[in-house]
Design a binder for this molecule. Structure first.
Ligand code: C5J
Length: 220
């Protein structure tokens, strides 16, 4: 049955049976004090504001029976899946180096894990991705196709990097994406706002922007 999410630039029709919530990279390294994000010199309090609204949305999605998918950015311990160019980025702290929460962005390390507040429950797929976009070198598209998913509610961090990249990838694959603005976060408020503005520009060129209240209302 079709329903509506109030959104910009206009309301989005969706069917709960073909809608999934995708929570991008709510990992300790990005969101918690002492992780990779902070080691790069960022103020993590700017992304932590997304935790509470994401949690409410997660609870609602689970109650409504909406498919929930989580992603994590990270690499194999031997770094064989990390492009050499990515290894040289970051300024002073690099992928694979020892950080306060274990080796930075390495699968299985404490900092790579999802924060306890939004931890996946049984049955929720976790996509381990080597890149910024959740479709690149992962089985996300296959999982969505197998479950007849057409609409994605995309939350997580950071707005302009992994959220924005994933929405653009999804849009090119034919998914309709809606981003609740209070459920995404960036270390750079101006990048956060420009990304949201770009996504919904030109009549939803990449997708829709809304907020957790509207999404929860639509899912009830
Ligand atoms: C970044 C991400 N910012 N999850 N990753 O490197 O947005």
């Amino acid at each position: 049955m079709t329903r509506l999410f109030q959104a910009e630039p206009f309301a989005l029709n969706f069917d709960p049976a073909t809608t999934a919530l995708v929570v991008i990279d709510m990992q300790r390294d990005f969101v918690e004090p002492g992780g990779f994000g902070e080691a790069l010199g960022n103020d993590v309090s700017l992304v932590r504001s997304a935790i509470e609204p994401c949690g409410k949305l997660l609870d609602t999605a689970r109650e409504a029976g909406i498919m929930v998918i989580h992603t994590r950015e990270g690499h194999r311990a031997d770094l064989t899946d990390c492009p050499p160019a990515k290894l040289t980025r970051g300024g002073k702290t690099f992928i694979g180096e020892k950080g306060p929460k274990g080796r930075i962005l390495i699968r299985g390390e404490a900092g790579h894990d999802i924060i306890p507040e939004l931890y996946p429950i049984a049955g929720e797929p976790i996509i381990d991705k080597p890149g910024k976009g959740a479709f690149y070198q992962t089985d996300l598209h296959l999982i969505l196709q197998n479950n007849n998913i057409k609409t994605l509610i995309v939350c997580g961090v950071t707005t302009e990097v992994c959220v924005g990249t994933t929405v653009r990838e999804a849009n090119d694959r034919g998914y309709e994406c809606i981003v609740p603005e209070d459920c995404v976060g960036s270390y750079f408020p101006e990048f956060h706002q420009s990304t949201l503005d770009m996504l919904k520009a030109q009549g939803a060129i990449f997708g829709w922007v809304s907020n957790s209240e509207n999404i929860i209302e639509g899912l009830k």
